[in-house]
Ligand binder design. Structure first.
Ligand code: B12
Ligand code: SF4
Ligand code: SF4
Length: 396
């Protein structure tokens, strides 16, 4: 099943051969796995068993409420998502790994504040994380395999129906916060998760305790009220879903709240007090590409399909395609301060585009822009009057 932000590969899996090691050997191996993981660039590696029975009722409730919206791949596999052994027969442990992605100089506030600039979620400014993480997980698996000879393993990063956060939580990588993301006391939540399913009965790690306490900052700050209860996100309301996963038109009720966010959203993480302790990434692949960060909406809207495909090569943004790229930027242009340049840009695109869905968003943006225009004219008028009062230029 193909999807957008999250690519799940559900091809049939082979069963894996078993290895028997003494407890001491397994314990030594577990320590080494963590060392090798760190050497490969993971900030933390933990090990857990595969028992996720206590998650099944909540997962079912989430699906029954249709919180997955158009993400059919979420519903398709039902409870398999909570049963790793059904995904890869023979699996007894999951090695969960975390990789930080926060780029240097993230400029969150200035970018969100300047509504003429496009805001792209910080995880998407660099290279597609699926590729980076999966490659390193495979290297970790190969390393373990070379030590124990007959190990069976499969690496996953969003690439299979697996409840990655609950597994990572059990493996001691952090706790699931009220925004439903995994966060860690020492390093916040700006990280991806990936895992290796293995057939070795390695010793398991202890989970961290939940440190959210009375805090509800993420729930309150969410622009679309997508966190409908602590730990529960209605995917259909989340800006990440609306700008990345949703194929068609963005419902009207969310358009203004989207602001200048053209790809994903970071708000619930930005407000989280634990992210004060977050460190920037060590991975050069996650550093922001200049032509994506802090770019004007007008300039990104001007990318032809050819330029879009060229500039997003190797980036997760490519998966939404040029049509949804324009759809998202049109919304942000509608939310931008009114300007003649913006209006002209929108009108020019409307005159040349024959995409019904994109055009409907452009028309919405134009009407938003035009509604704001009189205020602007007043401001210009006042500036003129003030200038005249101060005295006309000699040649006027
Ligand atoms: C589908 C999906 C989405 C959807 C739905 C979000 C969601 N909350 O499920 C959308 C498109 C909205 C989305 C958005 C984002 N995503 Co996403 N997403 C996934 C994906 C593929 C599956 C998640 C899933 O299983 N959801 C199903 C629901 C039922 O699971 P859940 O929310 O974890 O719910 C469990 C618990 O909350 C608990 N629970 C539920 N109700 C209750 C009630 C109580 C009282 C309690 C105690 C517990 C509880 O039980 C549930 C079942 O286990 C994972 C990858 C993976 N395979 O796991 C990435 C993943 C979760 N996404 C990720 C990221 C980075 C994001 C974004 C930050 C991207 C962005 N900047 O735009 C946003 C964040 C939005 C948010 N606040 O969640 C990362 C998170 C990393 C981390 N540190 O946690 C993941 C793990 C990808 C990865 N490999 O790194 N995502
Ligand atoms: S990512 Fe944005 S829209 Fe989604 S839950 Fe967090 S704050 Fe809300
Ligand atoms: S903002 Fe507060 S409630 Fe939300 S995850 Fe962070 S600590 Fe928990």
């Amino acid at each position: 099943m193909k999807n957008n932000q999250h690519i799940e590969n559900t091809s049939p899996t082979d069963s894996i051969p078993q290895v028997t090691l003494s407890e001491t050997a397994l314990s030594e191996l577990a320590d080494n796995i963590k060392k090798w993981g760190k050497a490969l660039g993971f900030q933390k590696v933990g090990i857990t068993d595969i028992d996720l029975k206590d998650q099944e009722a909540n997962l079912q409730k989430w699906l029954d409420n249709d919180y997955h919206g158009e993400m059919d791949y979420m519903a398709k596999h039902g409870m398999k998502r909570a049963r790793p052994e059904e995904l890869l027969p023979g699996t007894v442990r999951v090695i969960s790994a975390r990789m930080d992605y926060l780029p240097d100089d993230a400029q969150f506030a200035s970018n969100l504040e300047d509504k003429d600039l496009a805001y792209i979620s910080r995880y998407a400014l660099g290279r597609d994380y699926h590729k980076v993480l999966r490659k390193k997980l495979k290297q970790l698996g190969d390393k373990i395999q070379s030590e124990v000879k007959a190990l069976g393993f499969r690496p996953f990063v969003d690439s299979a129906p697996v409840l990655e956060r609950p597994l990572a939580e059990k493996a001691g990588l952090g706790w699931v916060g009220k925004h439903s993301l995994l966060l860690d006391k020492e390093s916040g939540s700006w990280f991806f998760i990936g895992e290796l399913l293995v057939d070795l009965a390695l010793p398991v790690d202890k989970p961290q305790s939940n440190q959210c306490g009375q805090c509800v900052a993420c729930i309150k700050i969410c622009p679309t009220q997508a966190i409908v209860a602590p730990y529960v996100v209605d995917g259909r309301r989340c800006i990440s879903y609306l700008t990345i996963e949703l194929q068609g038109a963005i419902p009207n009720e969310f358009r203004k709240a989207i602001g200048n966010r053209i790809y994903g959203c970071d708000d619930c993480q930005l407000i989280c007090p634990w992210n004060r302790f977050a460190e920037t990434t060590e991975e050069s692949d996650y550093q922001a590409k200049d032509f994506l960060q802090n770019q004007s909406l007008v300039s990104l809207f001007g990318w032809s399909e050819e330029i879009f495909l060229k500039n997003t090569e190797g980036s997760s943004i490519r998966r939404i395609g040029h049509q949804r790229w324009l759809r998202n930027i049109a919304i942000a242009l509608g939310n931008a301060p009114s300007s003649i340049e913006t209006i002209t840009t929108l009108q020019d695109k409307l005159a040349t585009s024959d995409d019904e869905m994109v055009n409907e968003h452009i028309e919405w943006a134009l009407s938003e822009q035009q509604q704001k225009l009189p205020m602007n004219i007043d401001r210009l008028n006042n500036r003129l009057i003030n200038a005249v009062k101060k005295g006309l230029p000699r040649d006027a």
